[in-house]
Design a protein around this ligand. Structure first.
Ligand code: ADP
Ligand code: ZN
Ligand code: ZN
Length: 820
């Protein structure tokens, strides 16, 4: 009976298509070799493509004459196991994208195969070579020197683009042929190694006989040495460290006693570094309690999901490490996710300094290094994986736990299709693989905390800092009062005098400015009120081109009022300030200060980030002005003051999460002050001193913040009380984007609203970022209960409305982290 494989084929389809799965015949010569999770090469509309076996079965509905057979199995072929295949199937439903897209997201991009063209000599003898031109001969010589076959691109690189004509001519006259091959871009690195070519006893008697002749003593010595070493042994090491001469090796190879082989080696990014041991402290009571709660919860009560809510500096990392240690004892692996920005040398040193077998995965590794780390994990040579978002897919075979540090960070959400959230993937993976999920944060994401309150996570608290170090002293400067008393500068009197103090005492300060929200909202500088959408409770966005205010959720549009609707003042203006401006003002008011700036402009050059960091740490500057980049992970013991220039920039981002972001940001930025022996001060400047996120940050009270925020979410039906689907159409032709979005929205409204679905369709409206890279963007939002039925409905509408030949791209985001 013929066997069939169900294969997800990597055909380039649009992101909304699900039909990337096809049946193929398993040909006789591959019977028994094809397994679920394997990568194969298959014919697909006249091309050869990479595909992944997601199922094997013994019958098919596809007609005989339509069926094609698997062509071959490339190397390496065992990329996935059945657990990863089930994860991909789940992702494809969850995020409405193809299985191939999900599988490609699970495997490292370096493994994806590309088609390359080779040119080879075929007419060596039979073809008439007598009248070849000089160029032709040169080309043939090069190809022959490469073993008769070379990549077309490589020979063009050697001989120049014009050589293409020569190739074409020689192919025509059947001297050369072109063949194509699918290959991975990156593969294992190989070095030359030496192995015995005889069995051990024969080698020993050879050595005996060498040792009897004084002229062969060296050969005998070398042979004995090689017999005693691990095999195969790197040739270079033999020569350089063991001082065996190359000529001796060559002689032994010629005699057939040794042989030359290739050894695969790992490109270990940290291979040359020694990590000093990271000492294991005695756990505090809180740390011990948390660890107990997790282990008893899992082993005793079958609980799997945990949230550690612990203030900054409470020693969460130590708990993670003890959990990983526990897993090693059980023969299991642990994945530790940290935000990319926190993958500082410090984090890596801690884990490498504590554990023997650690892999590190982040975006600064070279393609080869990333590939090798992945293969090391796959081969089971690693106990702990530390990495950024995509490390959630690390191919460990016996998963014990996934830990997500700073779980509220938005960088855990992918910005490419499939737009997954590492937290969701981790939760599903732990469910499939029966592992423990631990989330950690000082300011958990609202949805996470809500879920914890509803027993979806077991909550573990850590209220105390290690050594009971105090949290910084936080104050608010009311910028409305500054204006009332005639201070029109960007510094409140409080911030001004504290900065003067810092400079006098030769300490350091950080001035923080939110990068996002630049000039996008309109507010009254007298009373602080911000123009908001009456329907959505988010700030209206100012569009300079049309001079209107617009709601990006529902499309509500308004003109800019002449006077403040609340207090009648005429000081209505859009809010705009950038880091450059702050720098100029600092230099104007504090000419004695040495200033550094860390933002997109000053860090675009490679290495600039690090050099600004070191310069400030070495106290080569007194004031560091920066955006989000300065808010996390940086440890400057000399900093005693942090000034938040305009908290309003964060509060008024037109996004229902702006309050949450503000609270998280202030908590995080505040953590930069007072890390040394001197206590720290934080000054928050705002026109909204009574905003709940500001008040709660002042009190450093997460629960106070949570209660306010969750009741607002409930009133306006935002997550966790609803889901949000964001559909964006983008096109170089704005009218086409609008037309497609109009069509989709009309159908969505007709099918969803009042049809048993508990959801609303809002839009279409211009997207908050209305143009990216010459593409105009329009969007529609679905808000409500987004279940599988609704997702299916959305998908089918997009698939049928989406003009495949047209110029419009449709992008779907389910529960986006930001709508601004
Ligand atoms: P968090 O991750 O909660 O912000 P860290 O893990 O960075 O906190 O811990 C803060 C500091 O306390 C670190 O320098 C860490 O080495 C130290 N630390 C952690 N646990 C202990 C302990 N039990 N005893 C002494 N020092 C500890
Ligand atoms: Zn006002
Ligand atoms: Zn609105």
């Amino acid at each position: 009976m013929p066997l069939f494989a169900v294969i997800a084929v990597d055909a380039v389809l649009n992101s909304c298509a699900e039909n990337d799965v096809f049946d193929y015949i398993i040909p006789d010569e591959l019977k028994g070799a094809v397994e679920i999770g394997m990568r194969v090469i298959v014919p697909f509309s006249g091309r050869m493509l990479e595909g992944y076996v997601i199922d094997i079965k013994d019958s098919t509905d596809v007609a005989q004459d339509k069926l094609k057979a698997i062509k071959s199995i490339p190397n390496p072929s065992h990329i996935f196991d059945y657990k990863q295949i089930s994860l991909a199937k789940w992702m494809s439903k969850e995020y409405l994208c193809s299985i191939t897209e999900c599988l490609k997201c699970i495997m490292p991009s370096e493994m994806v195969m590309k088609e390359s063209k080779y040119v080879m000599v075929v007419g060596g003898k039979s073809a008439d070579l007598s009248d070849l031109k000089y160029d032709d001969k040169k080309m043939l010589d090069i190809i022959k020197s490469h073993g008769g076959c070379i990549k077309v691109n490589d020979i063009l690189k050697l001989l120049g683009r014009n050589a293409q004509k020569t190739i074409t001519r020689l192919v025509k006259s059947k001297v050369l042929a072109i063949k194509s091959n699918m290959a991975q871009e990156v593969s294992a690195k190989k070095i030359k190694g030496i192995d015995l070519n005889l069995d051990y006893d024969s080698a020993a008697s050879q050595a005996d006989s060498f040792e009897k002749k004084s002229s062969k003593l060296l050969q005998g010595k070398a042979l004995r040495l090689i017999m005693s070493l691990e095999k195969p042994f790197p040739e270079r090491k033999l020569v350089e460290e063991y001082k065996v001469s190359r000529s001796t090796i060559n002689t032994l190879v010629k005699k057939g006693i040794l042989k030359s082989v290739e050894i695969e080696v790992s490109r270990d990014p940290y291979g040359n570094r020694k990590f000093s041991p990271y000492a294991k402290p005695t756990l505090t009571d809180e740390q011990r309690n948390v660890l107990n709660t997790i282990l008893t919860g899992y082993y005793g009560y079958g609980k799997r999901n945990f949230l550690i809510h612990g203030v900054t500096g409470s020693g969460k990392t130590e708990v993670y490490m003890r959990l990983a240690e526990h897993m090693i004892e059980k023969g299991k692996q642990t994945i530790v996710l940290v935000p990319e920005i926190a993958l500082t040398p410090q984090t890596i040193e801690r884990f490498k300094g504590r554990f023997e077998r650690v892999a590190v995965l982040h975006s600064r590794l070279s393609a080869g290094e990333r590939y090798d780390e992945w293969m090391r994990i796959k081969r089971g040579e690693v106990d702990v994986v530390v990495g950024a978002r995509s490390a959630v897919f690390a191919p460990v075979s016996n998963l014990g736990a996934i830990i997500i540090d700073e779980e509220h960070e938005t960088s855990y959400k992918s910005d490419k299709t499939p737009k997954y959230h590492a937290r969701d993937i981790a939760q599903k993976r732990c469910e499939i693989e029966d592992a423990i999920l631990v989330l950690g944060s000082a300011t958990p994401c609202i949805e996470t905390y809500y879920n914890a309150n509803n027993k979806k996570y077991i909550k573990c608290n850590m209220f105390h800092r290690i050594y009971e170090r105090s949290l910084p002293d936080i104050r608010v400067a009311d910028m409305r009062q500054e204006i009332d008393s005639g201070n029109m500068t960007i510094f409140s009197r409080m911030l001004y005098s504290e900065l003067k103090n810092v400079l006098r005492k030769k300490q350091q300060a950080i001035l923080f400015l939110n990068r996002r929200g630049y000039s996008t909202f309109v507010s009254c500088r007298k009373c602080g009120s911000v123009m908001k959408c009456p329907r959505c409770d988010v700030s209206l966005t100012y569009h300079a081109d049309r001079n209107v205010l617009n709601c990006h959720y529902c499309g509500y549009t308004a003109n800019i009022p002449k006077v403040c609707p609340i207090c009648g003042s005429k000081y209505i203006k859009y809010f705009g300030i950038g880091t450059q401006k702050v720098e100029n003002e600092v230099m104007r008011f504090f000419p004695e200060a040495r200033v550094l700036r860390m933002d997109m402009d000053t860090t675009s050059r490679k290495g600039a980030h690090g050099s600004i960091y070191r310069a400030f740490k070495n106290h080569e500057a007194d004031i560091l002005i920066g955006t989000q980049m300065v808010s996390k992970g940086l440890d400057f013991p000399g900093v005693t003051l942090v000034g938040i220039i305009a908290a309003d920039l964060s509060i008024n981002i037109p996004d229902f999460r702006s309050g949450e972001r503000t609270f998280q940001l202030i908590t995080q930025v505040s953590g930069r002050a007072g890390r040394g022996s001197e206590p720290g001060k934080v000054i928050i400047q705002t026109y909204n001193p009574k905003h709940y996120s500001i008040l709660a940050s002042l009190h450093q009270d997460y629960n106070e913040f949570f209660e306010k925020e969750i009741s607002m979410r409930k009133t306006f039906e935002y997550p966790p009380f609803s889901d949000i689907v964001n559909i964006v159409a983008s096109s170089k032709n704005e009218n086409e984007a609008i037309k497609v979005m109009n069509d989709i929205t009309a159908k969505l409204k007709q099918k969803i609203e009042g049809n048993g679905f508990d959801a609303n369709v809002l839009g279409p409206t211009q997207a908050p970022i209305s143009k990216i890279n010459t593409y105009y963007r329009w969007q529609t939002i679905i808000k409500g209960r987004v279940d599988d039925a609704l997702k299916k409905c959305v998908k089918s509408i997009i698939d049928e409305t989406y003009p495949k030949s047209g110029s419009v791209k449709i992008n779907l985001d389910i529960n986006p982290v930001s709508l601004a």
